[in-house]
Ligand binder design. Sequence first.
Ligand SMILES: Cc1cc2nc3c(=O)[nH]c(=O)nc-3n(C[C@H](O)[C@H](O)[C@H](O)COP(=O)(O)OP(=O)(O)OC[C@H]3O[C@@H](n4cnc5c(N)ncnc54)[C@H](O)[C@@H]3O)c2cc1C
Length: 209
Amino acid sequence: MKYNVRVVGLEKIGNNLKKLTICKPKGFEFVSGQHTMIFLEDGRPFSITSRNEEENLEFLIKVYPEHDGFTKKLNKLEVGDELMIEDARGRIQFEGNGVFIAGGTGVAPFISIAKNFIDKEKNTLIFSNKTKNEIILMKELKELFGETIFTLTQEEKEGYENGRITKKLIEEKIKNFDQTFYVCGPAQFVASMKALLNELGVKKIVTEF
Ligand SMILES: Cc1cc2nc3c(=O)[nH]c(=O)nc-3n(C[C@H](O)[C@H](O)[C@H](O)COP(=O)(O)OP(=O)(O)OC[C@H]3O[C@@H](n4cnc5c(N)ncnc54)[C@H](O)[C@@H]3O)c2cc1C
């Protein structure tokens, strides 16, 4: 089912990173971790970062201003503008405390899930990002998760791990491989993380694809 919704806010929270807030339409329900299609002329999937109980739906959008794509159009929206969404879907949802591994905006579904944590101390986030421009986002993630490990692939800064998420990094930071592992990000990132977790003997991996 499709719903017409109004934009409530479009806030800059980092370098080309925006928080989009829209009215949650009547009858629209979702499970934390799911995504919806956002339609302008055509549609793209975006994970919902708010909780089902909230009155608005929130999204974390990475804008690519360098090409004439969907997010450039999305970035021109103003409060009061209308767009369309459809029923939520997706396989990522909470299946027990564990380790959440995210690349870039792949962290979005984990934000919604973390907002429901009963015992955040039992959950760890490993977040790989290009730069630490998204300071507000990092601050929110630190508040949501028990332990946060940030790795930066383009900047080398104190307090952050440098480079990509490697087997060595995971082995250093995580001691229990019997817990649930969640992975979200670009397809290549998900594939390499899954291969790496399989090597480490992880049995339960939750991903979208
Ligand atoms: C399940 C799911 C959940 C998602 N959740 C989120 C989310 O929460 N937040 C988020 O930000 N994104 C999310 N995405 C990604 C999102 O759906 C879009 O793919 C993304 O926003 C594409 O943005 P775009 O502006 O590049 O648009 P598009 O119009 O889709 O353009 C992408 C195309 O442009 C091409 N392109 C790339 N660079 C250039 C360039 N320099 N010049 C010309 N063409 C180029 C690429 O080949 C690509 O095919 C999700 C994707 C999936 C599958």
